[in-house]
Design a protein around this ligand. Structure first.
Ligand code: MG
Length: 161
């Protein structure tokens, strides 16, 4: 009997002029990027929180405090790899992840497969197990006004016993 657990994550970052925009481990050419202590990869942060939530292991801010110099400007793929280590350390395998980024501009479609590949590599899972979707918010709210980016993620983890 499989012992399944699900996790859900949500993250938001404000956008600032002239900063790097990194989503799903992929740098995207744009005139704005996420204001953050780390590289501001809102998609990976939501995914980390979903994974931690699935095993009730707290949240990303607890494990990687934004007051720590260790995590200043850090590549969020490193955080994701560590979070997967926490999940596997508790005896769970990672099933799949389904993520959505909400951003008005630029169009993310051309970068989706590269993001899936980077995320899968950091998590040591097949690319088929990782879904990344993008939506605008029809110019509504902070995403639509291009003041920020949000991301959600759902994951399934399981134990074979
Ligand atoms: Mg974040």
């Amino acid at each position: 009997m499989n012992n399944f657990r699900i996790g859900y994550g949500y993250d938001v970052h404000a956008l600032g002029d002239g900063l790097r925009l990194v989503l799903g481990g992929v740098e995207i050419p744009h005139e704005k990027g996420c204001i953050a202590h780390s590289d501001g990869d809102v998609l990976i942060h939501a995914l980390c929180d979903a994974l931690l939530g699935a095993v009730a292991a707290g949240d990303i801010g607890m494990h990687f405090p934004d007051t720590s110099d260790e995590f200043r400007g850090i590549d969020s793929r490193i955080l994701l790899r560590r979070v997967c280590g926490i999940v596997r350390g508790r005896g769970y395998e990672i099933g799949n992840a389904d993520c959505t980024v909400a951003m008005q501009r630029p169009k993310l479609r051309p970068y989706i497969d590269a993001m899936r590949g980077e995320i899968a590599k950091a998590m040591s899972v097949d690319t088929d197990s990782i879904s990344v979707k993008a939506t605008t918010t029809e110019r509504l709210g902070f995403e639509g006004e291009e003041r920020g980016v949000s991301a959600t993620a759902a994951v399934l983890v399981f134990k074979n016993k």
